[in-house]
Design a protein around this ligand. Structure first.
Ligand code: ADP
Ligand code: MG
Length: 326
């Protein structure tokens, strides 16, 4: 027996959790009523995951629930925002028992991450159609302190959290590339269970001049900072932070494209003025994740990448564009 829309919401999405104090009215009415703290701006981000494009039907549903929220929290992190609320529009082909089991696991993955960041699901929409989900996340940032893409200046240092190319290598492994089995679990976690750098983003307020999260690849996303700020940059390939797994791949193939342009990393890329570099270096050991200097902002337009001996590398067009085949 298929389950009704309302039963499904009641069972898996309208939890009787204690509301956050800023949730005047949560899920269940025509609108949620929410209170933004005084002297703060509301940061809002939305992302859609479509089956067959962003995840596969064979992916673990709890990882899809995790990732649907994680990619939005990553956007909030890149603004330096403190996450607070989320809304979820879920489109399901049916509500047969197998699907309901999928939704149950999806909601488990979703709420495990939401709870770990104190995020409350305050509403949503449930419709019938091809499997997809749209998640909107809301967070707070003290007035005027959000980390925009547009404020990078020549002479500033470029940093990246975490390691680059892991999710890209995981995708290649999924497509049949041989990767040593010792890295399999790590790579799967990096692709399916990204950890949004929320605490790190908030600590960067007042220090970073510009920030972005790496969803489409370092060169593409850093490219957005460069374009918005009207500047260029040089990256130093040997400084790019790589996991053992990706380092091994680069050693064997001399292919840097994973590190430079693979998407789905959900790490932060940010710029730091020279006067703040000491503070950033002191902050790094407290971030709880790796964080490395990778390059310099320059007044000369465009993005360049060089090896340690100064050999220039091709950074490619890079980045994923959903409509690039049109
Ligand atoms: P309306 O017809 O007024 O849009 P709905 O029937 O779509 O109302 O939703 C009823 C209530 O259930 C609303 O408060 C809505 O926010 C909530 N809701 C619907 N779908 C979801 C979902 N997937 N997750 C959380 N809340 C949901
Ligand atoms: Mg509705």
């Amino acid at each position: 027996m298929p389950v009704s829309e309302f039963d499904l919401i009641a069972r898996y999405f309208a939890r009787s959790v204690e509301h956050r104090p800023d949730v005047v009215l949560g899920s269940g009415d025509d609108c949620a009523l929410l209170q933004v703290p005084a002297d703060h701006e509301l940061a809002v981000s939305i992302d859609t995951l479509v089956e067959g494009v962003h995840f596969r039907s064979s992916d673990e549903p709890d990882s899809v629930g995790h990732k649907a929220l994680a990619v939005n929290l990553s956007d909030l992190a890149a603004m330096g925002a403190h996450p607070a609320w989320a809304t979820l529009a879920l489109t399901l082909p049916d509500t047969e028992p197998e699907r309901v089991g999928w939704v149950e696991a999806f909601s488990r993955g979703f709420f495990a991450l939401a709870d770990s960041f104190g995020v409350e699901l305050v509403g949503g929409d449930t419709t019938r159609g091809p499997l997809s989900m749209t998640l909107e996340a809301h967070g707070f940032v003290p007035w005027g302190q959000a980390l925009r893409r547009s404020d990078a200046k020549p002479g500033e240092f470029i940093y990246v959290t975490g390691t680059l190319g892991d999710a890209g290598l995981a995708l290649l492994a999924q497509q049949g590339l041989f990767v040593p089995t010792e890295y399999a679990a790590f790579l799967r976690r990096r692709l399916h269970w990204p950890e949004p750098r929320v605490a790190q983003g908030m600590k960067l307020r007042g220090l970073a001049s510009a920030a972005i999260d790496i969803s489409d690849g370092l060169t593409a996303d850093l490219g957005h900072i460069l374009e918005a700020s009207g500047v260029g940059a040089t990256l130093y390939a040997d400084s790019l932070p790589l996991s053992e797994a990706v380092r091994g791949y680069v050693r064997e193939t001399a292919d840097w494209s994973l590190a430079l342009s693979a998407g789905d990393a959900y790490e932060l890329c940010f710029t730091v003025p020279e006067a703040k570099q000491g503070e950033i270096e002191a902050l790094i050991p407290t971030l709880g994740c790796p964080c490395a200097w990778v390059g310099i902002i320059e007044s000369r337009q465009g993005l360049r990448c060089v090896l340690a001996d100064g050999t220039p590398m091709d950074v490619g067009a890079g980045g994923y564009d959903h409509f690039s085949d049109y």
